[in-house]
Design a protein around this ligand. Structure first.
Ligand code: ACM
Ligand code: ZN
Length: 531
């Protein structure tokens, strides 16, 4: 324990203040040396874009960064040893695809990426370096430094839930902007649920005629609805790709399908034509789709085909959470299938569904993801999500045994629809726990396990479930500043993370959010307590 405290002290010192200089970067880079010596930036800085990797957008975004921070006349006279140049290049020898280096000396600012993705992150970090100097426009001085950085985890995601409350694409693009600045590289879109189906499919018009509108929300009793066309979503995918964010769509089956079954009741074991897509606390009681109905697989193949044409990511999320399996035991079609396949238990019907759907997805070049539920068999090599409270160790073990990959989105640390404090809890259902910022900062996605026991872990995701998130402002409010803490958890090695240092960086970045017009929840508890 003594050693650990000492270690944190030293690292805090290195990361925060090696030379009396504080740079406020989120996520914290994994290796950084700052010199006490300054360089003076010239009024006109030449950008030497020595690479052709998706260079147009990157060059543009670097130009914007430079203009934003350095536009305006420097006071004092020009001197000969001003830094005049930013040089960008690619070096494939860097260790991971998103790795990058920044070197600042008297001759130049040199940004190097392992790929265009790494170079994009070098530019984001440079922008954050510039924001650390509050007087940069006036005195144009920055410290010489060297950063060599790469992420701890390859998968760093946030999830939005437009199924519960429709979010316009333009708003989601603003969310992507904020994600990218903090090096999140994946946006998970929960496109369907009991309350709404948001994916237009021309062949199935009722999905959006009936499934994309609902009667009421928890509190406002207002008819709400909306859906995305293929063009909307393609635009979002392209926008996000430029910012190193891939978009992973989820069409949740076999539960959470109230909206689907409103539109097409025939996909249920016992069709109910009186259903309505609505927020009614239906799950986990809503009927699932009928696993024994072969017509459903033709429908879901159409869904996968449509998703494949829109989304360029090589993965899609199939859902698989909170399924009420009761109907399957009474359904002749499900029971026939169970007997035909020699399944011992009704809930193995879900494993059959997973296997069949995974096979279809693979024909379209896609891997699949699932919300993990205990006792189920998932196709080897695919990805499961840890999400239920109190299940981390058993799910990590299950992933290892079943040869699955794992993304950690545990309720304890990463459910950002949970309120951040008691004062935000009053309007929410009683069972919902509180998830404070500090708790998120304590998250180690590998749970302290040695490498050989945590190898299946690809990364992290925070979920902003949408029952009470009615617009993007509320989504931002629930996201920040907790996503700052999660950004460090996904990117920064444990030995480079320290709460007190984080708080300093976080305070600064709340102002950055303000400048960018991004809403957040002021972490008022920190000002009251000794935290
Ligand atoms: C979930 O929270 N239903 C995955
Ligand atoms: Zn059935």
């Amino acid at each position: 324990m003594k050693i650990r405290v000492l270690l944190f002290f030293c690292i805090g010192f290195i990361g925060m203040n090696a030379s009396g200089v504080e740079l406020k970067l989120i996520p914290q880079p994994n290796s950084m040396q700052i010199s006490e010596e300054n360089v003076v930036l010239a009024n006109e800085i030449l950008i030497d874009f020595n690479t052709n990797t998706e260079s147009r957008y990157l060059e543009e975004s670097l130009r914007k960064t430079v203009l934003k921070h350095l536009d305006g006349e420097k006071s004092g006279s020009r001197s000969d040893n001003e830094l005049q140049k930013i040089v960008c290049s690619i070096d494939k020898r860097l260790p991971k695809e998103e790795a990058y280096k920044i070197e600042i000396d008297e001759k130049a600012i040199r940004l190097t990426g392992a790929s265009g993705r790494g170079l994009f992150y070098a530019i984001q970090t440079l922008d954050q370096i510039f924001t650390s100097y509050l007087d940069l426009r006036i005195n144009r001085r920055i410290n010489k430094l060297s950063i060599v950085d790469a992420p701890r985890f390859e998968y760093r995601a946030l999830m939005l839930d437009p199924a519960r409350h429709m979010l316009p694409v333009e708003d989601i693009k603003r969310y992507v902007d904020a994600m990218a600045y903090y090096k999140f590289n994946t946006l998970h879109l929960h496109l369907t649920d009991d309350h709404g189906w948001r994916l237009e499919m021309k062949k199935y018009p009722r999905l959006t005629e009936l499934g994309a509108r609902r009667d009421a929300t928890f509190n406002d009793e207002i008819l709400k609805g909306g859906f995305y066309t293929a063009e909307d979503l393609k635009g979002l995918v392209a926008y996000a790709a430029q910012r190193n964010v891939k978009v992973i769509p989820e069409v949740d089956i076999p539960g959470h399908g109230h909206a689907l079954l409103t539109a097409y009741p025939e996909f249920a074991c016992f069709p109910d034509t009186t259903l309505k897509a609505e927020i009614n606390e239906a799950y986990p009681h809503a009927a699932p789709i009928c696993i024994g109905n072969h017509k459903f697989y033709a429908f879901y193949e159409d869904v996968i085909r449509e998703l494949s044409e829109i989304f360029t990511a090589d993965e899609i999320h199939i859902g698989g959470d909170e399924v009420n399996e009761d109907a399957w035991s009474k359904c002749p079609k499900c029971q026939n299938l169970k007997n035909e396949k020699g399944l011992a238990k009704d809930d193995q019907l879900m494993d059959y569904l997973f296997e069949r759907v995974t096979k279809i997805a693979s024909e379209y070049g896609k891997n699949v993801q699932f919300w993990h539920e205990a006792g189920h068999k998932y196709p080897a090599g695919e990805t499961i999500f840890l999400w239920r409270l109190g299940t981390a160790h058993s799910v990590i073990e299950d992933a290892r045994k079943q040869k699955l990959k794992l993304i950690c989105a545990p309720g304890e640390y990463a459910y950002f629809d949970y309120p951040e404090s008691q004062s935000d809890k009053d309007y929410l259902p009683a069972w919902i726990p509180i998830l404070p910022l500090k708790k998120v900062y304590e998250f180690d996605p590998a749970y302290g396990l040695p490498k050989e026991e945590s190898e299946s872990i690809r990364g992290i995701e925070a979920t902003i479930w949408g029952e009470s998130v009615k617009n993007i402002h509320r989504a931002f409010y629930m996201t920040f500043p907790r996503a700052f803490a999660l950004a460090d958890a996904g990117w920064t090695d444990m030995e480079n993370r320290e709460w007190k240092h984080f708080v300093v960086r976080m305070q600064h970045h709340l102002n950055v959010l303000l400048e960018r017009g991004v809403n957040y929840r002021p972490p008022v508890e920190l000002y009251k307590s000794k935290n």
